[in-house]
Design a protein around this ligand. Structure first.
Ligand SMILES: Cc1ncc(COP(=O)(O)O)c(C=O)c1O
Length: 377
Protein backbone atom coordinates (compact mmCIF):
# COMPACT_ATOMS: atom_id res chain seq x y z
CA UNK A 1 0.00 0.00 0.00
CA UNK A 2 1.20 3.50 -0.83
CA UNK A 3 -0.59 6.10 1.24
CA UNK A 4 -0.65 9.53 -0.42
CA UNK A 5 -3.61 11.05 1.42
CA UNK A 6 -1.79 12.67 4.32
CA UNK A 7 -3.80 15.89 4.14
CA UNK A 8 -6.81 13.79 5.19
CA UNK A 9 -4.95 12.18 8.06
CA UNK A 10 -1.54 10.80 8.99
CA UNK A 11 -0.43 7.62 10.77
CA UNK A 12 0.43 8.08 14.45
CA UNK A 13 4.23 8.15 14.89
CA UNK A 14 5.73 5.37 17.06
CA UNK A 15 7.23 7.91 19.46
CA UNK A 16 3.82 9.54 19.88
CA UNK A 17 2.07 6.22 20.46
CA UNK A 18 4.69 5.17 23.03
CA UNK A 19 4.23 8.44 24.90
CA UNK A 20 0.43 7.99 24.95
CA UNK A 21 0.25 4.35 26.09
CA UNK A 22 0.84 4.79 29.86
CA UNK A 23 -2.02 7.29 30.01
CA UNK A 24 -4.61 4.65 29.08
CA UNK A 25 -4.05 2.15 31.83
CA UNK A 26 -1.30 3.28 34.21
CA UNK A 27 -1.77 6.98 34.79
CA UNK A 28 -5.52 7.10 34.37
CA UNK A 29 -6.60 9.51 37.12
CA UNK A 30 -9.04 12.26 36.28
CA UNK A 31 -6.92 15.40 35.86
CA UNK A 32 -9.44 17.26 38.05
CA UNK A 33 -8.96 14.83 40.97
CA UNK A 34 -6.73 16.03 43.77
CA UNK A 35 -5.20 12.61 44.59
CA UNK A 36 -1.81 11.47 43.32
CA UNK A 37 -3.04 9.86 40.08
CA UNK A 38 -5.10 12.95 39.25
CA UNK A 39 -2.14 15.22 39.93
CA UNK A 40 0.06 13.08 37.70
CA UNK A 41 -2.51 13.30 34.89
CA UNK A 42 -2.79 17.05 35.37
CA UNK A 43 1.01 17.34 35.20
CA UNK A 44 1.03 15.50 31.87
CA UNK A 45 -1.59 17.88 30.47
CA UNK A 46 0.38 20.90 31.60
CA UNK A 47 3.52 19.51 29.94
CA UNK A 48 1.61 19.07 26.69
CA UNK A 49 0.26 22.61 27.01
CA UNK A 50 3.83 23.89 27.18
CA UNK A 51 4.80 21.82 24.12
CA UNK A 52 1.89 23.23 22.08
CA UNK A 53 2.50 26.80 23.27
CA UNK A 54 6.19 26.61 22.49
CA UNK A 55 5.54 25.45 18.89
CA UNK A 56 3.67 28.69 18.10
CA UNK A 57 5.42 31.11 20.49
CA UNK A 58 2.41 31.40 22.79
CA UNK A 59 2.10 31.23 26.58
CA UNK A 60 0.85 27.93 28.03
CA UNK A 61 -2.21 29.62 29.56
CA UNK A 62 -3.26 30.75 26.08
CA UNK A 63 -3.79 27.13 24.92
CA UNK A 64 -7.16 25.38 25.23
CA UNK A 65 -7.34 21.68 24.35
CA UNK A 66 -10.26 20.64 22.12
CA UNK A 67 -11.58 17.54 20.37
CA UNK A 68 -9.81 18.51 17.13
CA UNK A 69 -9.51 21.14 14.43
CA UNK A 70 -13.26 21.35 13.87
CA UNK A 71 -14.01 22.20 17.49
CA UNK A 72 -11.12 24.67 17.62
CA UNK A 73 -12.46 26.47 14.52
CA UNK A 74 -16.04 26.52 15.81
CA UNK A 75 -14.99 27.70 19.26
CA UNK A 76 -12.73 30.43 17.81
CA UNK A 77 -15.36 31.84 15.47
CA UNK A 78 -18.55 31.45 17.47
CA UNK A 79 -16.81 32.32 20.75
CA UNK A 80 -15.48 35.58 19.29
CA UNK A 81 -18.80 36.49 17.68
CA UNK A 82 -20.51 36.06 21.06
CA UNK A 83 -17.82 37.86 23.02
CA UNK A 84 -17.80 40.91 20.74
CA UNK A 85 -21.47 41.10 19.69
CA UNK A 86 -21.88 44.49 21.35
CA UNK A 87 -19.09 45.92 19.22
CA UNK A 88 -20.34 44.68 15.83
CA UNK A 89 -21.88 41.85 13.87
CA UNK A 90 -19.74 41.79 10.72
CA UNK A 91 -17.17 39.07 10.12
CA UNK A 92 -14.79 38.37 7.22
CA UNK A 93 -13.56 35.02 5.96
CA UNK A 94 -12.67 33.43 2.61
CA UNK A 95 -14.36 31.13 0.14
CA UNK A 96 -11.58 28.56 0.43
CA UNK A 97 -11.82 27.73 4.12
CA UNK A 98 -12.45 24.21 5.42
CA UNK A 99 -16.11 23.44 6.15
CA UNK A 100 -15.29 23.57 9.89
CA UNK A 101 -14.90 27.33 9.36
CA UNK A 102 -17.44 27.94 6.58
CA UNK A 103 -20.28 26.12 8.30
CA UNK A 104 -19.57 27.91 11.60
CA UNK A 105 -19.94 31.23 9.75
CA UNK A 106 -23.13 30.02 8.05
CA UNK A 107 -24.53 29.24 11.49
CA UNK A 108 -23.68 32.78 12.62
CA UNK A 109 -25.50 34.19 9.58
CA UNK A 110 -28.58 32.23 10.67
CA UNK A 111 -28.54 33.95 14.05
CA UNK A 112 -28.15 37.49 12.75
CA UNK A 113 -24.47 38.11 11.93
CA UNK A 114 -23.24 39.31 8.54
CA UNK A 115 -20.34 37.55 6.86
CA UNK A 116 -18.25 38.61 3.85
CA UNK A 117 -16.62 35.71 1.98
CA UNK A 118 -13.50 36.78 0.05
CA UNK A 119 -12.59 34.92 -3.15
CA UNK A 120 -8.96 33.99 -3.84
CA UNK A 121 -7.15 34.90 -7.05
CA UNK A 122 -6.74 32.13 -9.65
CA UNK A 123 -3.62 30.89 -7.82
CA UNK A 124 -5.74 30.01 -4.78
CA UNK A 125 -4.26 32.80 -2.66
CA UNK A 126 -6.38 35.48 -1.00
CA UNK A 127 -5.02 39.02 -1.27
CA UNK A 128 -4.76 41.21 1.81
CA UNK A 129 -6.10 44.21 -0.19
CA UNK A 130 -9.37 42.35 -0.82
CA UNK A 131 -9.74 41.83 2.92
CA UNK A 132 -8.98 45.47 3.66
CA UNK A 133 -11.64 46.59 1.17
CA UNK A 134 -14.24 44.39 2.85
CA UNK A 135 -13.62 45.86 6.30
CA UNK A 136 -16.33 47.97 7.94
CA UNK A 137 -16.75 49.93 11.16
CA UNK A 138 -18.60 46.98 12.69
CA UNK A 139 -16.16 44.23 11.62
CA UNK A 140 -15.10 42.19 14.65
CA UNK A 141 -13.20 39.20 13.21
CA UNK A 142 -11.14 38.13 10.20
CA UNK A 143 -10.62 34.37 9.77
CA UNK A 144 -8.20 33.16 7.08
CA UNK A 145 -6.56 29.74 6.99
CA UNK A 146 -2.75 29.48 6.93
CA UNK A 147 -2.53 26.69 4.33
CA UNK A 148 -5.37 25.42 2.17
CA UNK A 149 -6.05 21.71 2.62
CA UNK A 150 -6.94 21.04 -1.04
CA UNK A 151 -4.27 22.98 -2.92
CA UNK A 152 -1.59 23.64 -0.30
CA UNK A 153 -1.72 27.38 -1.11
CA UNK A 154 -0.01 29.43 1.60
CA UNK A 155 -2.07 32.45 2.62
CA UNK A 156 -0.46 35.80 3.62
CA UNK A 157 -1.28 35.46 7.31
CA UNK A 158 1.46 37.77 8.62
CA UNK A 159 0.15 40.62 6.41
CA UNK A 160 -3.45 39.89 7.40
CA UNK A 161 -2.42 39.86 11.06
CA UNK A 162 -0.76 43.23 10.61
CA UNK A 163 -3.91 44.64 8.97
CA UNK A 164 -6.16 43.25 11.71
CA UNK A 165 -3.94 44.71 14.41
CA UNK A 166 -3.86 48.13 12.70
CA UNK A 167 -7.66 48.14 12.51
CA UNK A 168 -8.17 46.67 16.01
CA UNK A 169 -10.04 43.65 14.66
CA UNK A 170 -9.41 40.10 15.88
CA UNK A 171 -7.61 37.63 13.60
CA UNK A 172 -8.17 33.87 13.62
CA UNK A 173 -6.22 31.42 11.49
CA UNK A 174 -6.96 27.76 10.90
CA UNK A 175 -3.40 26.43 10.97
CA UNK A 176 -4.39 22.74 10.83
CA UNK A 177 -2.44 22.13 7.59
CA UNK A 178 0.42 24.50 8.42
CA UNK A 179 1.89 23.14 11.66
CA UNK A 180 5.23 21.46 11.00
CA UNK A 181 5.60 23.19 7.63
CA UNK A 182 5.43 26.94 8.22
CA UNK A 183 6.99 28.91 11.01
CA UNK A 184 4.01 29.93 13.13
CA UNK A 185 4.66 32.75 15.57
CA UNK A 186 1.50 34.23 17.05
CA UNK A 187 3.38 37.28 18.32
CA UNK A 188 5.24 38.17 15.15
CA UNK A 189 2.20 37.42 12.98
CA UNK A 190 -0.30 39.24 15.26
CA UNK A 191 -2.58 36.20 15.47
CA UNK A 192 -5.29 36.31 18.16
CA UNK A 193 -6.74 32.82 17.70
CA UNK A 194 -5.18 29.76 16.01
CA UNK A 195 -6.54 26.24 15.44
CA UNK A 196 -4.50 23.03 15.56
CA UNK A 197 -5.43 19.37 14.95
CA UNK A 198 -3.46 16.34 16.20
CA UNK A 199 -4.09 13.83 13.43
CA UNK A 200 -2.54 15.89 10.63
CA UNK A 201 0.88 15.81 12.29
CA UNK A 202 1.30 12.12 13.15
CA UNK A 203 -0.65 12.61 16.36
CA UNK A 204 -3.95 11.01 17.38
CA UNK A 205 -7.40 11.79 15.98
CA UNK A 206 -10.01 13.52 18.13
CA UNK A 207 -7.68 15.99 19.80
CA UNK A 208 -6.67 19.53 18.92
CA UNK A 209 -5.95 22.89 20.45
CA UNK A 210 -7.05 26.48 20.19
CA UNK A 211 -4.73 29.37 20.96
CA UNK A 212 -6.62 32.36 22.39
CA UNK A 213 -4.54 35.47 23.02
CA UNK A 214 -4.73 36.60 26.65
CA UNK A 215 -7.15 39.44 27.15
CA UNK A 216 -9.44 38.34 24.30
CA UNK A 217 -13.14 38.55 25.32
CA UNK A 218 -13.80 35.17 23.85
CA UNK A 219 -16.78 33.22 25.17
CA UNK A 220 -16.52 29.45 25.65
CA UNK A 221 -19.17 27.54 23.73
CA UNK A 222 -19.09 24.28 25.69
CA UNK A 223 -20.52 24.46 29.18
CA UNK A 224 -20.10 22.14 32.16
CA UNK A 225 -17.16 21.53 34.48
CA UNK A 226 -14.30 23.91 35.18
CA UNK A 227 -11.73 22.10 33.01
CA UNK A 228 -9.28 24.07 30.87
CA UNK A 229 -9.59 27.03 33.29
CA UNK A 230 -13.34 27.33 32.58
CA UNK A 231 -12.75 27.60 28.85
CA UNK A 232 -13.67 24.09 27.65
CA UNK A 233 -15.82 21.86 29.83
CA UNK A 234 -15.50 18.08 29.80
CA UNK A 235 -13.01 15.54 31.15
CA UNK A 236 -9.81 15.91 29.15
CA UNK A 237 -8.70 13.37 26.52
CA UNK A 238 -5.56 12.65 28.53
CA UNK A 239 -3.71 10.22 26.20
CA UNK A 240 -4.75 12.31 23.19
CA UNK A 241 -3.45 15.52 24.72
CA UNK A 242 -0.15 13.85 25.65
CA UNK A 243 0.09 12.56 22.05
CA UNK A 244 -0.64 15.99 20.59
CA UNK A 245 2.10 17.52 22.74
CA UNK A 246 4.73 15.06 21.54
CA UNK A 247 3.52 15.22 17.93
CA UNK A 248 3.66 19.00 17.72
CA UNK A 249 7.08 19.14 19.36
CA UNK A 250 8.39 16.62 16.78
CA UNK A 251 6.70 18.47 13.89
CA UNK A 252 7.95 21.92 14.88
CA UNK A 253 11.45 20.58 15.61
CA UNK A 254 11.90 18.95 12.20
CA UNK A 255 10.24 21.63 10.08
CA UNK A 256 13.14 22.44 7.78
CA UNK A 257 14.31 18.87 7.16
CA UNK A 258 10.74 17.79 6.60
CA UNK A 259 10.13 20.60 4.06
CA UNK A 260 13.15 19.46 2.06
CA UNK A 261 12.08 15.82 2.08
CA UNK A 262 8.53 16.70 1.02
CA UNK A 263 9.84 18.93 -1.74
CA UNK A 264 11.84 15.99 -3.11
CA UNK A 265 8.70 13.81 -3.01
CA UNK A 266 6.58 16.40 -4.81
CA UNK A 267 9.30 16.87 -7.44
CA UNK A 268 9.53 13.09 -7.98
CA UNK A 269 5.77 12.88 -8.56
CA UNK A 270 5.57 15.99 -10.73
CA UNK A 271 8.47 15.20 -13.02
CA UNK A 272 7.24 11.64 -13.64
CA UNK A 273 3.72 12.84 -14.37
CA UNK A 274 4.87 15.71 -16.57
CA UNK A 275 6.88 13.20 -18.62
CA UNK A 276 4.11 10.61 -18.84
CA UNK A 277 0.80 12.50 -18.96
CA UNK A 278 -0.29 14.87 -21.72
CA UNK A 279 -1.65 18.28 -20.77
CA UNK A 280 -1.17 17.82 -17.05
CA UNK A 281 -2.57 20.83 -15.16
CA UNK A 282 -1.14 21.69 -11.74
CA UNK A 283 -3.80 23.40 -9.63
CA UNK A 284 -1.46 24.03 -6.68
CA UNK A 285 0.44 27.35 -6.89
CA UNK A 286 4.22 26.82 -7.41
CA UNK A 287 5.03 28.14 -3.93
CA UNK A 288 2.46 26.01 -2.12
CA UNK A 289 3.51 23.74 0.74
CA UNK A 290 5.28 20.70 -0.74
CA UNK A 291 3.03 18.24 1.11
CA UNK A 292 0.02 18.85 -1.16
CA UNK A 293 -0.14 18.49 -4.92
CA UNK A 294 -3.46 19.13 -6.64
CA UNK A 295 -3.65 18.15 -10.31
CA UNK A 296 -6.12 17.90 -13.14
CA UNK A 297 -5.66 15.38 -15.91
CA UNK A 298 -8.02 16.62 -18.61
CA UNK A 299 -10.47 14.02 -19.86
CA UNK A 300 -9.87 11.60 -16.98
CA UNK A 301 -12.46 11.68 -14.21
CA UNK A 302 -11.04 11.84 -10.71
CA UNK A 303 -13.46 9.19 -9.54
CA UNK A 304 -12.30 6.60 -12.08
CA UNK A 305 -8.64 7.44 -11.62
CA UNK A 306 -8.85 7.15 -7.84
CA UNK A 307 -10.83 3.91 -8.00
CA UNK A 308 -8.25 2.35 -10.31
CA UNK A 309 -5.38 3.56 -8.15
CA UNK A 310 -7.10 2.19 -5.05
CA UNK A 311 -7.27 -1.24 -6.71
CA UNK A 312 -3.49 -1.00 -7.21
CA UNK A 313 -2.99 -0.13 -3.54
CA UNK A 314 -2.43 3.60 -4.01
CA UNK A 315 -4.44 5.95 -1.86
CA UNK A 316 -5.09 9.53 -2.91
CA UNK A 317 -8.13 11.83 -2.86
CA UNK A 318 -10.24 14.10 -4.99
CA UNK A 319 -10.14 16.93 -2.46
CA UNK A 320 -10.99 17.33 1.17
CA UNK A 321 -11.82 14.02 2.90
CA UNK A 322 -14.94 15.55 4.40
CA UNK A 323 -16.42 16.28 1.00
CA UNK A 324 -15.27 13.10 -0.82
CA UNK A 325 -18.57 11.21 -0.51
CA UNK A 326 -20.47 14.28 -1.71
CA UNK A 327 -21.39 14.96 -5.32
CA UNK A 328 -20.65 18.67 -5.06
CA UNK A 329 -17.54 19.90 -6.87
CA UNK A 330 -14.77 21.33 -4.65
CA UNK A 331 -15.73 24.80 -3.38
CA UNK A 332 -12.03 25.68 -3.23
CA UNK A 333 -11.24 24.99 -6.89
CA UNK A 334 -14.56 26.55 -7.98
CA UNK A 335 -13.64 29.73 -6.04
CA UNK A 336 -10.32 29.80 -7.93
CA UNK A 337 -12.34 30.04 -11.14
CA UNK A 338 -11.62 26.59 -12.58
CA UNK A 339 -14.21 25.20 -15.00
CA UNK A 340 -16.49 22.62 -13.38
CA UNK A 341 -15.14 19.89 -15.69
CA UNK A 342 -11.58 20.54 -14.49
CA UNK A 343 -12.73 20.59 -10.89
CA UNK A 344 -14.41 17.20 -11.29
CA UNK A 345 -11.16 15.80 -12.71
CA UNK A 346 -8.96 17.17 -9.91
CA UNK A 347 -6.99 14.79 -7.71
CA UNK A 348 -4.92 15.51 -4.61
CA UNK A 349 -1.75 13.66 -3.69
CA UNK A 350 -0.56 14.55 -0.21
CA UNK A 351 2.73 13.43 1.29
CA UNK A 352 4.17 13.00 4.77
CA UNK A 353 7.65 12.50 6.19
CA UNK A 354 6.94 8.77 6.28
CA UNK A 355 6.65 8.50 2.48
CA UNK A 356 9.77 7.55 0.54
CA UNK A 357 10.94 8.71 -2.88
CA UNK A 358 10.79 5.12 -4.12
CA UNK A 359 7.13 4.68 -3.26
CA UNK A 360 6.21 8.06 -4.73
CA UNK A 361 8.05 7.12 -7.96
CA UNK A 362 6.17 3.81 -8.04
CA UNK A 363 2.85 5.56 -7.47
CA UNK A 364 3.59 8.06 -10.25
CA UNK A 365 4.39 5.22 -12.65
CA UNK A 366 1.06 3.57 -11.83
CA UNK A 367 -0.79 6.86 -12.32
CA UNK A 368 0.73 7.13 -15.80
CA UNK A 369 -0.33 3.57 -16.63
CA UNK A 370 -3.90 4.07 -15.38
CA UNK A 371 -4.25 7.38 -17.23
CA UNK A 372 -3.06 5.73 -20.45
CA UNK A 373 -5.59 2.93 -20.04
CA UNK A 374 -8.47 5.24 -19.16
CA UNK A 375 -7.69 7.66 -22.01
CA UNK A 376 -7.71 4.84 -24.58
CA UNK A 377 -11.33 3.97 -23.79
C1 LIG B 1 -7.77 23.09 7.11
C2 LIG B 1 -8.52 22.18 8.02
N1 LIG B 1 -9.24 22.69 9.03
C3 LIG B 1 -9.92 21.92 9.89
C4 LIG B 1 -9.91 20.54 9.77
C5 LIG B 1 -10.69 19.71 10.75
O1 LIG B 1 -9.85 19.11 11.69
P1 LIG B 1 -10.34 17.81 12.51
O2 LIG B 1 -10.40 16.68 11.53
O3 LIG B 1 -9.30 17.63 13.57
O4 LIG B 1 -11.66 18.14 13.10
C6 LIG B 1 -9.18 19.96 8.73
C7 LIG B 1 -9.17 18.48 8.55
O5 LIG B 1 -9.70 17.94 7.63
C8 LIG B 1 -8.45 20.80 7.83
O6 LIG B 1 -7.75 20.29 6.82
Amino acid sequence: MIYLDNAATTPVADEVLQAMMPYYSQVYGNPSSVHASGRQAKGAIERAREQVASAINAKPNEIVFTSGGTEADNAAIIGTALGYRDRGKHLITTKIEHHAVLHAFEYLEEIGYEVTYIAPESDGIVRVEAIEQAMREDTILISVMAVNNETGAIQPIAEIGELAKRKSVLFHTDAVQAVGLLELDVERMSIDLLSISGHKLHGPKGVGALFVRRGTHWKPTQHGGAQEFNRRAGTENLPGIVGLGVAIERAAGSREASWEHLQALRETMLSALRAGVDQLVVNSAPDSVPSILNLTIPGVSAERLLMNLDMLGIMAASGSACTSGSLLPSHVLMAMGLAEQSVRAAVRFSFSGQNTREEVAEAAQKVVQVVERLSRR
